[in-house]
Ligand binder design. Structure first.
Ligand SMILES: [Zn+2]
Length: 841
């Protein structure tokens, strides 16, 4: 998404002025027959928005640390009520978070969240941009965030985006005085600093080229939380989220909820507006009027440019209130009118609107053409004029590539041009990426209701930036693929007024052949007691995708880092794939072939003429021992870290559903594990929980992984009792430093000693954090075994709790074992082995 807009702007602009040299005649178009066909409601809304956009030359930017931190309601109000151009700017892709719907984490999660953010922005009518700073997980301080990001580097990126996107007003939910997520605090500080730095030619002067100039933001607003009082001298802007959008007939905040729901990996979100309003009230502690209503959104003005127009009232309802453009600039962006009325008044007369827009664009080009070309704001408004003409004409251009593009090859791209309007139009030209595609086909006119389809043979440049796999290209600018642009120039029959209809789409760029590991990386194995090979065999799956237009055949081969795998049939697979086909190949690496010295497995696809890029999957060998004859049942969470780890331990295991928990005999299992956040993702487990407790009481070993406090603590409104056999209440406390020292409170406890004696080495090389939502209160029946804390904080002792219950046992652990298991941290395998072996010989 980055800067694609301005790129389009320049191209369309050049094309438009070129077109004008052909024809400059102006005549009254009002004689055109008025629209007779009825517009679809969607077309009417799009036209209304496009016409409203012509009336507002300002840009409002919302800065946020992570996807879902943006203030969607205010963005929607500024665009839909006032027609402002709205952009959102995110410090990170949110890749350090948890995934509420699938197994992806880290860069893979970031790639998903980037797309969720685009879907949310689509509803908000805003344009998302990212600084691409790394989300390394929760942090408590600003300094920790800057340690990862680099304070100067973060500021440099934010200043560059402000200079490119030129917001007049910036709003943010993050405040320098709030004591929340360290990445929020760091983002809040960078916004304040960037406000001044973007306008300062001595700051990051190397950015000031290729059309990037210094930029003075006029106003910076920070969200006022809850009932927090603003000082008497502070100017406040109040946005009413309960207001209805008169054109769409839906509340602005209802649409904001719909946008929030797009951030599915961060869910679950309220399903109804009433639920949303109630949750919001409970969360903000703000009363907020009638039931089913949201409290007012309030922002305080915290920075103003020198000489900026003051807000006209102490309490305004728009961030743009009172802003004025210099006269010379204002003359370039005058909104067209008919009889002194805005064009939005004529939304039901698209032909009349189109005529006025055609006349007006020619007129302003003649008067101010050169000035507009040199003025980014005027140029942006000119592009909105083209979009309005497209909406008024009812002509839609769409681009559909067939699959991904491969550098250096030709791909067929379908361009569809349809006329949903009422006027027959003549076609001036139709281009894809500047190359004419309609000339040779005799495409000359498009009558009302007509639809034409063209195939363009698009040659993807050899040096095109790859975007697949998305996770691999999250930080290199390839995260959204390439932007493809089609531009059509039309004129109305019997008249020579031309109008331009642009269309853009993102398309992925991939290597000709893609090799990917479907199983989680790395491959982990543990010592086997079978007396032959020493290690458990490991299954893993590999995916081969042929992105080309030609079939391929070859052999998929496996090598250990130390050399070829010999004497085993499983090391080679024949692969035959048709054009754009993919296949999965399953391999079993025998335990006899694994040893510590063999650092990884390499895959190669080759045939007589070619070798395709290799993929390396590391092997981790851990000496975790387990008790004999274990049978483990587990209710799986969002990812596969638990089943993969149980396989690596060589343990017999079975995934069970909540139904099976309810109906089957659990006593055949030596342990039952409730994976991360399952009481939230499978809430029906709450009603079946007594069965789990009975199982433990009768001699079973029940292990529960971390949950969030609001998913766990007893809550009568959600029919949720105490889930543990004894009192166990969670807090929101975390240990975010993955190297925070671990102290054993009961070093002799069997859970820390049998069969694996846990030591400090087992907590080395941890990933992201120690644990989250630590218990704050527990019954004395529980033994707390380890404690840990972030620097300068009091120790948290509830990370690993164990209690006897009847003839069995209950273990609750808020440490992030799943991250460590999937990352191949050997100590995590040893601790899991102790948990499932607990109480056994
Ligand atoms: Zn956040």
């Amino acid at each position: 998404m980055k800067s694609s807009k301005s790129r389009l702007g320049r191209n369309v602009h050049r094309l438009f002025f070129a077109a004008l040299t052909i024809s400059l005649s102006i005549s009254a178009l009002y004689a055109q027959p008025a629209s007779t066909a009825t517009q679809s409601p969607e077309d009417r809304v799009s036209l209304y928005q496009a016409l409203l956009d012509l009336q507002n030359p300002w840009t409002v930017m919302c800065v946020a640390a992570h996807p879902d931190d943006e203030d969607g309601t205010s963005l929607i109000v500024m665009r839909r009520k006032y027609g402002a151009h709205t952009v959102s700017l995110f410090s990170t892709f949110g890749e350090g978070g948890q995934n509420a719907i699938g197994p992806e984490l880290y860069e893979e999660l970031g790639a998903i969240r980037a797309r969720e953010t685009m879907a949310a922005a689509e509803i908000q009518g805003s344009e998302p941009h990212f600084l691409g700073l790394k989300d390394f997980g929760y942090s408590k301080t600003r300094d920790e965030a800057f340690k990862f990001w680099g304070h100067e580097e973060g500021l440099r990126r934010m200043v560059l985006e402000i200079r490119r996107l030129r917001p007049d007003v910036i709003i943010t939910n993050h405040s320098v005085t709030n004591n929340d997520h360290g990445q929020h605090q760091a983002t809040a500080l960078m916004v304040v600093e960037a406000f001044d730095a973007a306008a300062d030619p001595n700051k990051f002067p190397e950015q000031l080229k290729d059309g990037v100039t210094t930029w003075q933001v006029q106003r910076l607003f920070v969200r006022v939380r809850g009932n927090q009082a603003a000082s008497d001298s502070t100017s406040i802007v109040t946005i009413d989220p309960n207001e209805k959008d008169p054109v769409r007939g839906v509340g602005y905040a209802e649409e904001a909820l719909r946008a929030l729901q797009q951030h599915a990996t961060q869910g679950p979100w309220p399903k109804t507006f009433a639920e949303y309003a109630n949750r919001f009230r409970a969360f903000s502690g703000q009363p907020g009027g009638a039931t089913g209503q949201l409290p007012m959104i309030r922002y305080a003005l915290v920075r103003e440019a020198k000489g900026s127009a003051p807000l006209s009232a102490k309490e305004s309802h728009s961030f743009l209130d009172g802003l004025r453009l210099p006269d010379a600039e204002a003359a370039l962006v005058v909104a067209p009118q008919i009889g002194g009325k805005p064009l939005t008044d004529y939304v039901d007369k698209p032909a009349t609107v189109l005529a006025e827009l055609s006349v007006s664009s020619v007129e302003t080009s003649r008067q101010h053409g050169t000035a507009i070309a040199n003025q980014p704001r005027a140029l942006a408004m000119r592009n909105r004029m083209f979009r309005a003409m497209g909406a008024a004409s009812g002509i839609i251009v769409s681009i559909s590539p067939k699959g991904v593009l491969v550098p250096g090859t030709v791909t067929d791209i379908t361009i569809t041009v349809s006329n949903n309007g009422t006027l027959t139009t003549q076609v001036g030209r139709l281009d894809l990426e500047g190359k004419p595609i309609a000339a040779e086909t005799g495409f000359q006119s498009l009558s009302a209701g007509e639809k034409r389809t063209f195939i363009a043979h698009y040659n993807t440049p050899v040096n095109a930036q790859l975007s697949v796999p998305h996770a691999e290209h999250l930080y290199d600018g390839g995260e959204f693929g390439s932007r493809l642009k089609a531009v059509a120039v039309f004129s109305i029959v019997h008249d020579s007024h031309q109008f331009v209809v642009p269309s853009e789409t993102n398309v992925d760029i991939a290597r000709p052949i893609e090799l990917a590991s479907v199983s989680t990386s790395p491959i982990v194995t543990t010592p086997a007691n079978d007396g032959k090979c020493g290690f458990h065999p490991v299954d893993f799956k590999l995916r081969v995708s042929n992105n080309q237009n030609d079939a391929i055949s070859g052999a998929l081969r496996l090598f250990l880092t130390t050399g070829p795998i010999t004497g085993r049939g499983s090391s080679t697979r024949k692969v035959e794939l048709r054009a754009r086909e993919k296949t999965d190949a399953l391999f079993t690496l025998d335990g006899c072939q694994l040893s510590k010295s063999q650092g990884g497995v390499t895959f190669i696809l080759e045939n007589q003429t070619k070798t395709w890029p290799a993929l390396l999957v590391p092997i981790v060998v851990t000496n975790a021992k387990v008790a004999t004859d274990l049978r483990v049942a587990y209710i799986r969470g969002f990812d596969f870290s638990l089943p993969n780890a149980l396989n690596a331990l060589g343990v017999e295991s079975k995934e069970v559903s909540v139904d099976e928990i309810r109906t089957s005999d659990l006593s055949k299992f030596t342990s039952v594990i409730v994976d991360n956040r399952v009481y939230e993702s499978k809430p029906e487990l709450i009603a079946a929980n007594q069965k789990l407790l009975d199982y433990a009481q009768a001699g079973g070993n029940l292990i529960v992984f971390y949950h969030k406090s609001d998913e766990w603590n007893p809550d009568p409104r959600r029919n949720r009792p105490q889930l543990a056999p004894y009192k166990l209440l969670l807090s929101n406390e975390r240990v975010t430093d993955e190297n925070a020292p671990i102290t054993f409170i009961e070093p002799d406890h069997p859970l820390l000693n049998v069969p694996n004696k846990m030591g400090q080495d087992d907590f080395k090389d941890w990933i992201q954090e120690r644990g989250l939502y630590y218990p704050r209160e527990w019954d004395p029946q529980f033994h707390a075994l380890v404690q840990s804390n972030d620097p300068g904080e009091a120790p948290l002792k509830g990370g690993l709790l164990v209690a006897d219950y009847g003839r069995g046992h209950y273990i609750y652990t808020s440490m992030v074992w799943y991250r460590e298991l999937r990352g191949g941290v050997p100590g995590a395998y040893r601790m899991l082995a102790n948990m499932i072996s607990y109480g056994r010989k």
